[in-house]
Every structure is written in structure tokens, then in C-alpha cells.
Design a protein around this ligand. Structure first.
Ligand SMILES: NC(=O)c1ccc[n+]([C@@H]2O[C@H](COP(=O)([O-])OP(=O)(O)OC[C@H]3O[C@@H](n4cnc5c(N)ncnc54)[C@H](O)[C@@H]3O)[C@@H](O)[C@H]2O)c1
Length: 399
């Protein structure tokens, strides 16, 4: 496997002086002095996890670099990630978040643009950032904008757009995940109406993915949240489940229909489905539990949900993993497409652009994988390895 960047540029550990909680920031690399990567909060979060995620962000950025597209205004950035080892439902969590942001403020001001990730909503991150004295969580990129005021207005307008009760910012990522799955189905000649899907996680990513795949005609046979799996071989009512979520993506079971079943936590993995979408936690599919996978594709909406040994064992059984760096890259790219002006504050425009970009990217990755007889993840890494040196040469690490 090609390793495009052996060591991160910045890697730091923060300790909260009030609770002793640990937090991490890893800047994998910079392009034009800036990096991009969300901030997650989960109990058990480690520096190694954040380092892997920061590396993944460099890849996601590079994968959306099209050297031949002269019209593109967004030039990809470097990759970074933040993580806080705390349960987001802990009553002390918000205070921890504010103190973490205060501590890393100089990085947010100068090199690290961030936003919501696992365990945190954008609203909460924005509120905590304001309390920590930040202008915005993406202010480091402002010096790269032609017209900062217009760009910020466009992004704010885009964040105000909702579609059937869900914010556009929470939908674009799942739109991209769904499109990646649809490309795989198309290439295999399986009609969406004949395909079944099981999703782990019904938060931002899982919820939106379930909505778009159901919209495309797939039958959603199982979804799992932190309380367990909800299944129905005849298909779940996705919209009813989405409405019944709390702020952490937990579904109120009182809305379940008679034929819906409550199953154990890992039942989503063994569901009789063509497509599995892990959209919750990292390391969800390991060398042991992969044996229960019956699907043909695992589409990684979450970051790092399939462990390498599991991926190798799945490949031996003819099960293809579409990798996270490709599949879930839509949210991050959409922020920049919108801010730099490649798309306006409009849902149809955003979904159309996301679909086109994801279709082209997944197609390129799968073609390379087929041509070279390698896994899609290796093909994606090979594309990244081609592009990173080119980007460094053209744009430089520092402005
Ligand atoms: N939010 C984004 O913009 C974004 C973008 C790219 C990738 N991701 C990745 O997608 C994944 C999910 O992020 P999110 O923002 O949707 O999170 P979220 O907090 O909005 O939702 C998480 C969901 O997973 C469920 N969950 C948590 N632990 C679980 C467990 N052990 N078993 C089953 N379900 C569990 C929760 O109940 C909830 O439904 C993460 O890996 C994140 O890094 C998120």
C-alpha cells in the first residue's frame, strides 16, 4: 500500500485541566498553509485514531483535485483531524469542548479548518467555537478567498437550506455515499429496485444515506443505532425513523410498526442485504464478525469502519469494500465547493454536483482497481499518491 505522507506535520495531545479529559489534534499536511478535517467526540478516542483520520482527510482532499478542470475554483487543502476522548452525552461534554477549542485556538485561527464529526453537531461546534473566542471554525481558509464576505454569506445561506426537515449540510455526505453505492450496483447490473441495504448508524451520515438509497428505490431492511438494530425484511419506513431521532441519532422505538423487529446490536451486519453501510463507529467490522457478512458490497460511510484483516477476508469471499476516503468525502468537498463558489446555496445544485463528482471519482477508482487487479482502497491510495506530489509542487505547503 502506498503511503503518501509518512509522518504528520503537527500532532498534539491536550489535557483538560478541569476533568483530565484528553483531546488530540493532528495536522497531517498543509496545502497553501491550510488543512481541513472535522472534530469528533467519543469515549475512547485515541491519538492513533485521530492520526489515521487526519491522513484520511489528506486523501479525501487530494481525491477531489482535478488537475484538468480549469473551471474548478476550489483547490483541495491538506488534511487534519481533532478528537476528544469524552462521551458526548456526558453533562460536562460541552465545557470540555469549549476548553479544547480555547486551547487549540491558534491552530484553528491559522492552519486548521474544522467542523462537526462523530458525536458533535455543527450547531454545537459553532456555539462552542464562538464561546472560545473564534470568528469561525473555518477562518484559516479566509485568506484564500477572493471575496470573503460573499463566500461566507453563500456558505451561511447553504447551511440554512433544509430538505424535508433535514439541513443540507447533513444531507450532502449521505448523498455522496448513496451515489457511490449506486455506481457499484450499476456496474454490476443490479437494479436499485432489486437491491437491499442495511445501515449501521442513523445519525448525520447514516440517516442521509438511508434517505437517498430509499429514494433511489433500494429496500432498507435494517438500521442500527446505539440501542440496537431495527429490521424489517419487507423494508423499513426510513422517513418515520428519521423524524423519530434524538439529537444523537437514537431512534424512539415507539414509532416502530408491527412488522418491524428489534434485534441485537450486531444484527445489521448479518442482514440479508446486498449493500452494507457502516455509518457509525470506526473498527465496526473485524476479522471475527466479518464472517457473518452476507452482502456483496460494504460501503464505508463511517471513517475506518472495516479493519484491514477483515477487508482481506471479505475480499477472499468476493465482497468489495468501497473505501471511506472516497465514499464519505462528499461533505468535506461540499463545504469547499460552496465556499469557493463552485456551487450555490441550493439543494438541487449541491446534490447534482455531489452526484457527478462522486460518480466520476468512484468510477475512476473502480476502473483502476479492475485494471490493476487491486482492491478499491489500494486504487484510491494510488490515485492519492499520484496527486499529492503534484499538489505540493503546484501549490506548496505554505502560503
Ligand atoms: N458528519 C459528517 O459530516 C461526516 C463526514 C464524513 C464521515 N463521517 C463519519 O461518519 C461516521 C458517523 O458520523 P455522524 O456524524 O453520522 O455521527 P452521528 O453522531 O451523527 O451519528 C452516529 C450514529 O451512530 C449510532 N451509533 C453510535 N455508536 C453505535 C454503535 N456502537 N452501534 C451502532 N450504532 C451506533 C448513533 O446512535 C447514531 O445513530 C463517523 O465515522 C464519522 O467520522 C461523518
Amino acid at each position: 500500500m502506498t503511503d503518501p505522507s509518512p509522518a504528520p506535520l503537527i500532532s498534539l495531545t491536550w489535557t483538560d485541566h478541569v476533568t483530565g479529559t484528553k483531546g488530540y489534534l493532528v495536522v497531517d499536511r498543509l496545502v497553501r498553509g491550510v488543512s481541513s478535517g472535522g472534530l469528533r467526540m467519543r469515549e475512547g478516542c485515541t491519538l492513533a485514531e485521530v492520526t489515521g483520520l487526519a491522513r484520511g482527510m489528506s486523501m479525501k482532499e487530494a481525491l477531489h483535485y482535478d488537475a484538468d478542470d480549469a473551471r474548478a475554483r476550489y483547490i483541495p487543502l491538506g488534511g487534519a483531524k481533532g478528537g476528544i476522548d469524552c462521551d458526548p452525552r456526558d453533562p460536562r461534554a460541552y465545557g470540555v469542548l469549549v476548553r479544547y477549542l480555547r486551547a487549540v485556538r491558534p491552530y484553528v485561527e491559522s492552519v486548521w479548518t474544522t467542523g462537526e464529526d462523530l458525536g458533535l453537531s455543527q450547531d454545537l461546534v459553532d456555539r462552542a467555537a464562538a464561546e472560545a473566542g473564534l470568528v469561525s471554525t473555518i477562518q484559516a481558509v479566509y485568506p484564500l478567498l477572493d471575496d470573503e464576505a460573499a463566500a461566507r454569506r453563500r456558505l451561511a445561506d447553504a447551511f440554512a437550506v433544509t430538505v424535508d426537515g433535514i439541513g443540507l449540510d447533513e444531507l450532502v455526505g449521505g448523498c455522496g455515499v448513496a451515489e457511490a453505492a449506486l455506481v457499484a450496483l450499476d456496474r454490476a447490473g443490479l437494479a436499485p429496485g432489486d437491491a437491499r441495504v442495511s445501515v449501521q448508524g442513523l445519525g448525520t451520515m447514516g440517516g442521509a444515506t438511508a434517505r437517498f438509497l430509499a429514494g433511489a428505490g433500494l429496500t432498507v431492511v435494517a438500521v442500527a443505532d446505539v440501542k440496537g438494530t431495527i429490521a424489517n425484511p419487507a423494508g423499513l419506513d426510513v422517513e418515520a425513523l428519521l423524524v423519530a431521532r434524538d439529537a444523537h441519532g437514537t431512534v424512539d422505538r415507539s414509532v416502530l410498526r408491527e412488522a418491524d423487529r428489534e434485534l441485537p446490536a450486531d444484527a445489521w451486519l448479518a442482514a440479508d442485504a446486498d449493500v452494507l453501510v457502516p455509518a457509525a463507529v470506526s473498527y465496526a467490522v473485524d476479522a471475527v464478525n466479518q464472517a457473518s457478512v452476507r452482502a456483496r458490497w460494504v460501503v464505508e460511510a463511517a471513517n475506518m469502519p472495516v479493519l484491514p484483516e477483515a477487508e482481506a477476508l471479505l475480499a477472499r469471499r468476493g465482497i468489495t469494500v468501497l473505501p471511506d476516503v472516497v465514499v464519505n468525502s462528499g461533505t468535506n468537498a461540499w463545504w469547499w465547493w460552496t465556499l469557493f463558489g463552485d456551487v450555490g446555496a441550493d439543494a438541487d445544485e449541491a446534490f447534482g454536483h455531489t452526484r457527478r463528482a462522486m460518480r466520476a471519482l468512484v468510477g475512476r477508482v473502480l476502473e483502476r482497481a479492475d485494471a490493476e487487479g487491486i482492491a478499491p482502497r489500494e486504487a484510491a491510495h494510488a490515485l492519492v499518491a499520484d496527486r499529492l506530489p503534484l499538489m505540493a509542487e503546484r501549490f506548496g505547503w505554505y502560503r
